[in-house]
Write a protein that binds this ligand. Structure first.
Ligand SMILES: NC(=O)c1ccc[n+]([C@@H]2O[C@H](COP(=O)([O-])OP(=O)(O)OC[C@H]3O[C@@H](n4cnc5c(N)ncnc54)[C@H](O)[C@@H]3O)[C@@H](O)[C@H]2O)c1
Length: 274
């Protein structure tokens, strides 16, 4: 049996990058799927790819009323929700704290924490009753930036650390009915992760970094040598979202291709090229 047969699944922030790859995988695993995203343009591309197969809801996870509108649409279409997968996020441009102009610091903090933290807490609260009724699951998205320095600036890293804490706390509060877990990826190919508007960097995207340079950097620091695609993460999300996972809750799985288990004394990988 496929992992998500007879499951209704909502992906927030599923318009591009990781969330879109997870969406494709969830469909392949048999899910009845809804995607909520702030970008109407991205949702139009999803409509072209999926047609009416996927329920598409435009809105921001930072607004309760827009999440409530999404809940009403999910309830009308599927009558239930078995899994909430939270993927939305933005980046802080990897800026050092000392380089943030003091007059921008409030705005930068609020922008990052609104999308990357508040958006997930609000979604968990708004969909709580539906998930409780279905004895469902929540899967949130952290990052290796929550585990080691230099995965982002202090704002981004702090938001991703917050996701780990939210996973711990909600797994406790929502047990035993709802399983709550997280995924902490490292680098991802085809990501459109944008910079902060508070620093005027909202038009910058991770995909602007030349592919070869990004891949070379990634290979120089990680044990496994493939830069994963969004779809490569799909199985883990689908497993944690599935009722077939009866054992795991309160965990954030680090999906880092060995990045954090890097060599301390050797500059080269032992078998590189051999
Ligand atoms: N790109 C990476 O290398 C990487 C590494 C580790 C973790 N992550 C995390 O993965 C997640 C997905 O990032 P991605 O790289 O696929 O970027 P992405 O920009 O391609 O995807 C993020 C999606 O979230 C949507 N979104 C943004 N704000 C929203 C809001 N308020 N409400 C609803 N939707 C909103 C965007 O429109 C976009 O479709 C993020 O949480 C990111 O922090 C990314």
């Amino acid at each position: 049996m496929r992992l998500l047969e007879n499951h209704s699944v909502l992906i927030t922030g599923g318009g591009s990058g990781l969330g879109l790859g997870v969406a494709r995988h969830c469909l392949a695993e048999g899910a009845q799927l809804a995607v909520m995203d702030i970008s109407g343009e991205k949702l139009a591309a999803l409509r072209a790819e999926f047609g009416d197969q996927v329920l598409l809801v435009e809105g921001s996870c930072t607004r309760v009323e827009e999440l409530e509108r999404c809940r009403a649409a999910v309830a009308a279409r599927f009558g239930r929700l078995d899994a909430l997968i939270g993927v939305q996020g933005i980046f802080d441009g990897n800026i050092r704290l000392a380089d943030v102009p003091l007059e921008r610091i409030d705005g930068l903090f609020d922008e990052l924490f609104h999308v990357n933290v508040k958006g997930h807490v609000l979604a968990a609260r708004v969909f709580y009753d539906m998930l409780l009724a279905a004895e469902g699951a929540i899967v949130l998205t952290s990052s290796t930036a929550a585990y080691a320095a230099d995965g982002g600036g202090v704002m981004y890293s702090a938001t991703k650390g917050a996701i780990r804490s939210i996973v711990h706390q909600l797994a406790f509060e929502f047990a035993p009915a709802i399983r709550v877990n997280g995924i902490a990826p490292a680098g991802i190919a085809n990501s459109q992760l944008r910079g902060p508007a508070a620093l005027g960097m909202q038009a910058q995207k991770q995909s602007d970094i030349p592919k070869d340079a990004f891949l070379a950097k990634f290979r120089s620091i990680s044990l496994l040598q493939e830069l994963p695609t969004p779809e490569d993460h799909g199985f883990l999300y689908a497993f944690l979202a599935s009722r077939q996972n009866k054992l795991v809750t309160g965990q954030t799985i680090v999906v880092d291709q060995g990045l954090l288990n890097r060599a301390l004394l050797s500059a080269e990988l032992p078998n590189k090229g051999g």
